[in-house]
Write a protein that binds this ligand. Structure first.
Ligand code: NAD
Length: 394
């Protein structure tokens, strides 16, 4: 269970019962079964808290999606959006499906069915989806097209991460990784560290950050995907690993030592980047973790129990709600251009983005140092304060 971790985390903060109750409440939980070629797939769209604005959060296609998972992801979106200073609340969607077993036609049908089931709850000022695990820009395009057919109006701002010719922006593609990369560099400018990096997950978040680090002289000693991991203590040639992954759909066919995902997490490294799924570091493996610093590009990859143990062991974590917030800031840029009709140049966005990422990182880093608490606790305190204040103003 993931959501019970969230409750545990909230109870570690200095909050009243009423405040905890407010934060554990959901605006709406919508469920449907999507039928594609005679098979049914459970699906959710869940809005957590909209004190700060419309719901915002991705849609995940994965065989382990559950209501508990989507609720947790929606909650984290509320925290992340608040922390990033955005005018959004938190929401998330998901379909329990192994999308790799579907044909392209079936994938398109499923994406359109998702919108048919939930379109009444979505909209540029209501709830705005985006990509997440196994959902691509092309899928966002199908979803927008279906939405516009059903509502009979043009509304590109109802979804982000869409193709550029449908109102998407080039900047959104790697903004999650770019945000994590900027924050990691900002962090490394304040501490001593070597350059060895291990990355779990090699999809949108993991592969782009691998490339950025590689190009900036970091030594990526291991990477993994759902099929397994590869290791080379002298550093992997990341552009070649990406080429291989594009060809064979996995990094494991690349010419390097094969290891398991479990071994990858336990490698001796300076930096460990988690860019796959939830609950990867738990009380079972936490004591074997040797990394000095951990960056959570994935949402919820460390359980609450393991998190406390890592903190006691002095392992510093750049928490998900901070480290992967570049994605939603990129989405915000896209949404803003859609709703205002104003185009902003890539270079301008890049400058603004860097400023936001550095400011947000330093806000959390300084608060955590001043109060002698983890960056995660600091991030939650700052974000929750803004959500609860917005409630008072409403
Ligand atoms: P993706 O589908 O593009 O990639 C996921 C990767 O994780 C794939 O390489 C997959 O093979 C790998 N993976 C799955 N299970 C694994 C396992 N057990 N061990 C190792 N690797 C495994 O998804 P993504 O968009 O890169 O998302 C990854 C994480 O980042 C998720 O937690 C997501 O919520 C989070 N995130 C993504 C974005 C974004 O903009 N894409 C934004 C914020 C947060």
């Amino acid at each position: 269970m993931v959501f019970e971790n969230i409750e545990k985390r909230l109870r570690e903060l200095d909050l009243s019962e009423d405040e905890i109750k407010e934060l554990l409440k959901f605006d709406s939980i919508k469920y449907s079964e999507l039928e594609v070629d005679g098979k049914k797939y459970p699906a959710w769209r869940i809005r957590h808290n909209t004190n700060l604005g419309p719901g915002k959060g991705g849609i995940r296609f994965h065989q382990n999606v559950s209501e508990d998972e989507v609720k947790s992801l929606a909650f984290w979106m509320s925290i992340k959006n608040s922390l990033a200073g955005l005018p959004f609340g938190g929401a998330k969607g998901g379909v329990k499906v192994n999308s790799k077993e579907l044909t392209k036609e079936q994938l398109e049908k499923l994406s359109r069915e998702y919108i048919r089931a939930f379109y009444k709850y979505l909209g540029q000022y209501t709830d705005i989806p985006a990509p997440d695990v196994n959902t691509t820009s092309e899928i966002m395009g199908w979803m927008l097209d279906e939405y516009e057919k059903l509502t009979g109006k043009k509304e590109p701002g109802m979804i982000t991460g869409k193709p550029v010719d449908m109102g998407g922006i080039e900047f959104r593609k790697d903004s999650t990784s770019k945000g994590g990369f900027i924050m990691l560099n900002e962090f490394l400018s304040k501490v001593d560290s070597g350059k060895n990096v291990v990355i779990q997950g090699f999809g949108n978040a993991g592969s782009y950050v691998a490339l950025m680090l590689y190009k900036n002289g970091f030594n990526i000693i291991a990477v993994s995907d759902s099929k397994g991991a590869i290791f080379n203590k002298d550093g992997l040639d990341i552009p070649k690993v990406i080429e291989e992954k594009n060809k064979t759909k996995t990094v494991t066919t690349y010419n390097a030592n094969k290891i398991t995902n479990k071994e990858l997490l336990e490698l001796d490294t300076d930096i460990l980047i988690l860019a796959a799924l939830e609950n990867q570091i738990t009380k079972e493996n936490v004591n074997n973790i040797k990394a000095k610093y951990i960056v959570e590009l994935a949402n919820g990859p460390i359980t609450a129990e393991a998190d406390n143990i890592l903190y006691d062991r002095g392992i510093i974590i750049l928490p998900d709600v901070l480290a992967n917030s570049g994605g939603v800031v990129g989405s915000y840029f896209e949404w803003m251009q859609n709703v205002t009709g104003e185009k902003i140049e890539y270079n301008e966005l890049e400058k603004e983005f860097e400023k936001i990422m550095k400011n947000n990182f330093n806000k959390v880093y300084n608060y955590s140092n001043e109060n002698n608490i983890s960056m995660r606790k600091a991030a939650y305190i700052i974000a929750i304060k803004r959500i609860l204040e917005a409630k008072k103003e409403n």
